[in-house]
Design a protein around this ligand. Structure first.
Ligand SMILES: [Zn+2]
Length: 91
């Protein structure tokens, strides 16, 4: 069971764990055709993966940068992008 967190636009809540709804530039699920794809935290906080909200199909995990140059927001964005790329490769 995947926990779904709906967030209002403009919320100041820090986006740490949980799922991020994405729809721009994401291919439909190859299994169920669903277009609700979210990025989830992977096996540890360092990992992210994109998954279908409809049937639970997952793409491969990618590693999120956690140290070095940049900010946490930038790393999260980058990880999100790469998780979706991974999804698109499979989809
Ligand atoms: Zn699906």
């Amino acid at each position: 069971m995947t926990q779904q967190l709906e967030r209002e636009n403009g919320s100041n809540e820090a986006s740490t764990a949980g799922s991020v709804r994405v729809d721009a530039g994401v291919r439909p699920c190859p299994f169920c055709g669903g277009v609700k794809v979210s990025v989830h935290e992977g096996s540890t906080f360092r990992w992210r993966f994109a998954g279908c909200d409809e049937c639970g199909a997952n793409a491969g995990e990618i590693r999120c940068q956690t140290t070095g140059t940049g900010t946490k927001e930038e790393w999260e964005k980058d990880a999100e992008c790469r998780a979706l790329e991974e999804w698109n490769v499979r989809a």
